[in-house]
Design a binder for this molecule. Structure first.
Ligand SMILES: C[S@@+](CC[C@H](N)C(=O)[O-])C[C@H]1O[C@@H](n2cnc3c(N)ncnc32)[C@H](O)[C@@H]1O
Length: 228
């Protein structure tokens, strides 16, 4: 459906006044997010983080695009607060948006970002070189799961068959502490079987009452998966 058709459809369904209110709220939110994203990206990465096509789709890798800072705030403040002794892992860290968020919170936790694309991993490592608690690993996350990781952020880095392998390897690697995966936009949830993973599902609108612009929210769902 093209934009003109969508606008017409909205006016038909909601009336002109509500449609204009929506357009105003959405425009304001978009502007606010652009300014905030630029400020946080520049503060911690020294550049604006942009989307890129992956060069590794033949390995099941998804493109490089970034989590929304608003979503990260909800996830780590309301859904699953970070404990002082958590070792944080961003599986497929791309250019480091999630790490920026963790640093902006002033966290002292050990942070590991794993990125398949060596060029992107190199840039991301360089931008965090002065952060003593951040380590960027260049390589396939399936082969570089940190032994001490406890809290894994997972925003659809790769295809379903790799997600299944990830779940098996993470479970096999589980040590004394349980491992938790915060799976944002969980497209391959069946990779985490119920007999091995305890799952909690969060829909921000349904469970937290979060609506955007007085109507449907803009966030994906979240699955919180803890190894049994
Ligand atoms: C959707 S982006 C998410 C970026 C970041 N985690 C965020 O939420 O802002 C997925 C990233 O995973 C990386 N990736 C894909 N397959 C990977 C693998 N097997 N190991 C490590 N990183 C991988 C991609 O190159 C890409 O940078």
């Amino acid at each position: 459906m093209n934009i003109v058709h969508r606008v017409k459809e909205r006016i038909r369904q909601e009336g002109l006044a509500l449609a204009l209110k929506y357009a105003g709220c959405a425009s304001y939110d978009t502007l606010r997010c652009c300014i905030r994203d630029a400020a946080v990206d520049f503060r911690y990465s020294g550049r604006l983080l942009t989307n890129r096509k992956t060069r590794f789709s033949h390995l099941g890798a998804h493109d490089v695009y970034h989590s929304d800072y608003d979503a990260l705030n909800l996830i780590f403040n309301y859904c699953h607060p970070i404990k002082d002794d958590d070792v944080l892992v961003d599986v497929g860290c791309g250019q480091g948006r999630v790490i920026n968020y963790w640093l902006s919170r002033g966290l002292r936790n050990s942070i590991v970002g794993i990125e398949l694309d060596p060029a992107i991993a190199g840039q991301t490592a360089a931008q965090f070189a002065r952060q003593p608690n951040v380590r960027i690993v260049a390589g396939n996350a399936l082969e570089h799961l940190p032994a001490d990781g406890t809290l894994y952020y997972f925003y659809n880095p790769f295809a379903a068959d790799k997600v299944r392998e990830f779940a098996v390897r993470l479970q096999a690697a589980a040590g004394v502490k349980p491992r938790t995966v915060l799976y944002y936009n969980p497209q391959s949830l069946d990779a985490f079987p119920e007999d091995r993973w305890q799952a909690e599902h969060i829909n921000f609108e349904r469970d937290l009452g979060i609506k955007r612009w007085g109507r449907i929210n803009k966030f994906h769902e979240l699955a919180i998966l803890t190894s049994r």
